[in-house]
Design a protein around this ligand. Structure first.
Ligand SMILES: Nc1ncnc2c1ncn2[C@@H]1O[C@H](COP(=O)(O)OP(=O)(O)OP(=O)(O)O)[C@@H](O)[C@H]1O
Length: 262
């Protein structure tokens, strides 16, 4: 049974430390995320959440510590390294181009070239193949995007999130990190994003969710990891806490609460 549990750990962050000059933004942070699990990454302003996400996304190399994917230590020197390791990050700006349509955004920087050798040589894209695969990615997310040829600029905030999440998943992500995915959304669209998160986790994709919205965390996450002044101060199952307890952990009022085995 222990072996089964271990084999389910998709991401492990081990004793990560990151300094910026004299500022120690992360001080030996450790936690695990299992396959298909939704874990909230919580912490007050300046606690170290963004720095930790940047370390896991290959943007900031940590000064000390290790990142393991499926039990194997990985060196993430660039966002491409992280992507190759199965880590996709959906940042708040979503990194989508509003003037491009859904398909163009799903295939940004990884367009499929035409199968015809001459057209391929000329750099022609296989629009049909891209549209087919895009539809598959979006179907997988049961999304309500009206049309693949719709420009992003015409989509709602929730639909844009769906496109960004679909792209992350269609790149074969084992773990998707989402930075405040519902911050700019209304109630109904937030609920749709929550549904998407639950859907991809039910398909085995792990999600690390940064949010200041306790309701969102309570509704969506299985577990929460709390950072306090650059340290992991709590690792709790959501079923064991309520909103007030989470807030106390974030503000440091409850002290440290680390699970024996996350
Ligand atoms: N590039 C940088 N250079 C210097 N200091 C930095 C840099 N990035 C982050 N820090 C510092 O590291 C600490 C952690 O910041 P970080 O942005 O990771 O926190 P956070 O939890 O994401 O906060 P917020 O919720 O406000 O975004 C802060 O003291 C911050 O000032």
């Amino acid at each position: 049974m222990l072996r089964n549990e271990l084999s389910q750990t998709i991401l492990e962050v081990k004793e990560i430390t990151k300094r910026f000059g004299g500022v120690e933004a992360l001080r030996g942070v450790s936690f695990k995320v299992n396959k298909g699990e939704v874990v909230g990454l919580l912490g007050d302003n300046g606690a170290g959440k963004s720095t930790l996400v940047r370390c896991i996304s290959g943007i900031h190399p940590p000064d000390e510590g290790e990142i393991l994917i499926a039990g194997k230590a990985v060196k993430l020197d660039s966002p491409m390294d992280a992507r190759k390791a199965g880590i996709e990050t959906v940042f708040q700006d979503l990194a989508i181009i509003p003037e491009f349509d859904v398909v163009q955004n799903l295939y940004l920087n990884r367009e499929i070239l035409s199968t015809n050798p001459v057209l391929r040589w000329l750099g022609w894209l296989d629009a049909k193949a891209m549209a087919k695969r895009s539809q598959k990615s979006l179907n997988r997310l049961s999304s309500r995007i009206p049309s693949l040829s719709e420009k992003i600029v015409n989509l709602s905030g929730g639909q844009r999130q769906a496109v960004a999440i679909a792209r992350a998943v269609s790149w074969g992500a084992e773990i998707v990190i989402m930075d405040e995915p519902t911050a700019a959304l209304g109630v109904e669209q937030s609920a749709q994003v929550n549904e998407l998160i639950k859907l991809i986790s039910s398909q085995g994709v792990a999600v690390l969710l940064i949010s200041h919205n306790m309701q969102h965390i309570m509704e969506t996450c299985d577990r929460a990891v709390v950072l306090y002044q650059g340290r992991s101060s709590a690792d709790v199952a959501i079923r064991d806490v309520d909103k007030n307890a989470l807030v106390s952990l974030i503000t440091g009022a409850s002290g440290s609460l680390l699970a024996e085995s996350a």
